[in-house]
Design a protein around this ligand. Structure first.
Ligand SMILES: *[C@@H]1O[C@H](CO)[C@@H](O)[C@H](O)[C@H]1NC(C)=O
Ligand SMILES: *[C@@H]1O[C@H](CO)[C@@H](O)[C@H](O)[C@H]1NC(C)=O
Ligand SMILES: *[C@@H]1O[C@H](CO)[C@@H](O)[C@H](O)[C@H]1NC(C)=O
Length: 153
């Protein structure tokens, strides 16, 4: 049986809570899920993420819609991870709730030393959104294998 967990975090300034439901559906693949909150409209977030992914040579955009950006990431050792950024406007302010997920294609990268975390974190950091108003990041060891294990390169 897969380990399931529920993470609830609240950001008072945005007047909302984040609920991250569930563990991985497939325990045989390394994965990472992160939720970010930003006091920036989703269309600007979408543009910033897309621009950043295009600028990074190790990513390949698969599809872009106003609420979902899908890409593949190839790491140095030739492993491929599938990466999603899902954007949902927040109800209260002109903010955006972003869920990032990264899943390794191969079982042998289950202990990924934080690769999946870095796939997501490097994009959001490179895009400059980590410096945007109200930026908050939520994740933990259950949602994101190897988070905090290694600094992202
Ligand atoms: C991303 O990977 C998936 C699964 O391996 C594949 O179906 C898709 O074509 C890839 N997309 C790109 C743009 O390479
Ligand atoms: C990305 O989103 C697509 C469509 O909802 C889904 O099929 C896929 O499993 C997701 N991939 C990740 C890494 O979450
Ligand atoms: C994780 O790091 C260890 C120690 O640096 C290394 O031996 C191992 O190959 C790494 N695993 C992956 C999947 O990168």
């Amino acid at each position: 049986m897969a380990v399931r967990t529920l993470v609830v975090a609240c950001a008072l300034f945005l007047g909302m809570c984040v609920v991250i439901n569930g563990g991985p559906t497939e325990m045989t693949h390394a994965f990472c899920r992160i939720v970010w909150l930003l006091a920036v409209p989703c269309d600007q977030v979408n543009m910033a993420l897309m621009t950043q992914i295009k600028a990074m040579g190790s990513y390949k955009l698969s599809s872009v819609t106003p609420d979902l950006i899908q890409a593949n990431h190839t790491s140095a050792v030739g492993q491929v991870e599938s990466v999603n950024f899902t954007m949902i406007p927040t109800a209260m302010s002109m903010g955006c709730h972003i869920e990032g997920s990264s899943i390794s294609a191969f079982w042998f990268s289950l202990f990924d030393n934080g690769t999946n975390y870095c796939n997501l974190h490097n994009v959001i950091q490179g895009s400059g959104l980590t410096k945007a108003p109200g930026f908050m990041e939520f994740t933990n060891e259950w949602l994101c294998l190897g988070v905090g294990l290694s600094p992202c390169k």
